[in-house]
Design a protein around this ligand. Structure first.
Ligand SMILES: [Fe+2]
Length: 162
C-alpha cells in the first residue's frame, strides 16, 4: 500500500491540529447537545405559535447537526480523532437539562436560546483562539457563529414585542 500522509501538509503541524481540536471539540459538544435538546423542544412546544415554532425548531436542530459535523470533520481532516460520544457530550456540555414535558412556546424558545448562547460562547472562544493558529479552522467557527446568530434571531422574533 502506498505510504501517504493523511493530514494536510501545508501550514499544518501536530501543534496546529492539537490546538484546533482544543477549540472545536467544545463547539461540537454544545452543538450536539443543542440538536438533542432542540428536538425535545420541537416535540413538546405548545401554544398559539405552535406550528411556526415547531417547524423552526427542526431547522435549528438540522443546522446544529450540520455544524457539529463541519467542526468535527475539520478536526479529523487535520489528523486527530474527536470524542462525540453521547456520554461525553452529556458530561462536557454546560447545557442545563430542559424542563420535562409540554412547554408554552415562549419557554421552549427561552430554553433553546439559552443553549444557542452557550454554543455561541464556545464558538467565540474558537474564533479568538484560532485566529493566529489556523485561519482555515477559524473560518469554520465564523461560519457557525453567523448561523447561530441567525437562528437566534428567528427564534427570539417569536417572543419580541418590537
Ligand atoms: Fe418532527
Amino acid at each position: 500500500m502506498t505510504d501517504i500522509q493523511t493530514a494536510p501538509q501545508t501550514g499544518s503541524t501536530a501543534d496546529v491540529a492539537t490546538g484546533v481540536a482544543q477549540y472545536l471539540t467544545p463547539v461540537v459538544h454544545e452543538l450536539v447537545a443543542l440538536a438533542v435538546n432542540g428536538k425535545q423542544a420541537h416535540w413538546h412546544v405548545r401554544g398559539a405559535n405552535f406550528i411556526a415554532v415547531h417547524e423552526l425548531l427542526d431547522t435549528v436542530v438540522a443546522h446544529a447537526q450540520d455544524w457539529s459535523d463541519t467542526a468535527a470533520e475539520r478536526v479529523v481532516a487535520l489528523g486527530l480523532p474527536i470524542d462525540g460520544r453521547l456520554a461525553t457530550v452529556a458530561d462536557k456540555s454546560g447545557a442545563a437539562n430542559p424542563k420535562l414535558g409540554f412547554l408554552p412556546y415562549d419557554e421552549a424558545i427561552a430554553d433553546v436560546v439559552a443553549q444557542i448562547d452557550l454554543a455561541t460562547k464556545r464558538v467565540n472562544d474558537a474564533i479568538e483562539g484560532l485566529a493566529e493558529l489556523d485561519p482555515a479552522s477559524q473560518d469554520v467557527a465564523i461560519e457557525i457563529r453567523r448561523g447561530l446568530d441567525k437562528d437566534r434571531w428567528f427564534l427570539t422574533s417569536h417572543v419580541a414585542v418590537k
